[in-house]
Ligand binder design. Structure first.
Ligand SMILES: NC(=O)c1ccc[n+]([C@@H]2O[C@H](COP(=O)([O-])OP(=O)(O)OC[C@H]3O[C@@H](n4cnc5c(N)ncnc54)[C@H](O)[C@@H]3O)[C@@H](O)[C@H]2O)c1
Length: 285
């Protein structure tokens, strides 16, 4: 397998919201990047988004190099074959299993056997995506958060066959992009979306059922639970289509997620209410 120190070129599949963000942080970290989308227009839009993002960061003195220097490291293409020399590939195409499986089968055919293939899927099975290749051990989930240049975290998703060395590589690669990581098993929605998606959907339902005005729902959740963004503003920020796709996948896989967990009911019955009683899911002084 490629060592992190051998990595010079990063392939990115998809030049949309996530793909161009991933390309940007990889180039900012000093890697050469080849970013592919299916139409030249999408590639150009992705490159333009990177230009504006780099300019914004430079205006805030938040870049270690000149925007032009970083930008020169990124090549846009519509030809997947241009990713043949990549040392690691991150796929950020649309959230559709058939599309991702086709992309991975093609990547399997054109890249070296020891290349790590990562998917940025929000909710789909990494194991099922990996099975479109002959190297499932070298396939891992690298779930970046939106907006990629701003958010510090990357969720590492471990498929059924992902090799431990590849998991280790994924953590190290994310760290090289100045991201912090946590690990999740390949179960629907992993950690983040399994919890976030029902939260957003409940915010949408609360609005639809007249619980409060849109602004009050978002204000209530930001001021009330100390999150930086309320559910409706966050849904707009993520993309309503992305939220819908993710929610449909979770619904199909997990069914009704609003039934209180048995452990939660049991802890409450026992009087273990969290910090205020000194015992909840954690113990407190
Ligand atoms: N938007 C988010 O907040 C977010 C967060 C984390 C993960 N994700 C995941 O990242 C992935 C991309 O999401 P996005 O928000 O960037 O979507 P997007 O719609 O902005 O971009 C997807 C891009 O993929 C391109 N594409 C489709 N088929 C392709 C192919 N075969 N080869 C190359 N490009 C192809 C599309 O033309 C489009 O430009 C999805 O799997 C999504 O679930 C999204």
């Amino acid at each position: 397998m490629r060592e992190l120190s051998d990595v010079t070129t990063v392939g990115v599949v998809g030049a949309g919201t996530m793909g161009n963000g991933i390309a940007q942080v990889a180039a900012t970290a000093g890697y050469d990047v080849v970013m592919r989308d299916i139409e030249r227009e999408y590639v150009d839009n992705g490159l333009a988004a990177i230009d504006s993002s780099l300019d914004r960061l430079a205006a805030k003195d938040a870049l270690a190099a000149e925007p032009a220097t970083i930008r020169e490291r990124i090549t846009g293409t519509t030809d997947l074959a241009d990713l043949a020399d990549a040392d690691v590939v991150v796929e950020a195409a649309v959230e559709e299993m058939a599309v991702k499986r086709d992309v991975f089968a093609d990547l399997d055919a054109i890249t070296d056997d020891d290349v790590v293939l990562a998917t940025n899927t929000s909710t789909l099975s990494v194991t099922e995506i990996a099975s479109a290749t002959d190297r499932a051990a070298r396939v891992v989930g690298l779930h970046f958060m939106n907006p990629v240049p701003v958010m510090d975290g990357v969720e590492i998703v471990v498929g059924e066959r992902t090799a431990p060395a590849v998991v280790e590589f994924a953590h190290a690669f994310a760290a090289a992009l100045e991201k912090e990581t946590w690990e999740a098993d390949d179960k629907p929605g992993f950690v983040t979306n399994r919890i976030l998606m029902p939260w957003i959907n409940e915010g949408i339902r609360a609005y639809d059922e007249g619980v409060a005005a849109k602004a009050d729902i978002d204000r209530g959740m930001t001021l009330g639970t100390n999150v930086p963004m309320g559910p409706l503003a966050l849904a707009d920020h993520i993309g309503l289509d992305v939220v819908l796709d993710a929610t449909e996948t979770l619904h199909e896989e997990l069914g009704d997620r609003y039934t209180p967990a048995y452990l939660l009911k049991r802890k409450v019955a026992a009087g273990d209410l969290g910090k205020k009683t000194g015992e909840g899911f954690y113990a407190y002084e």
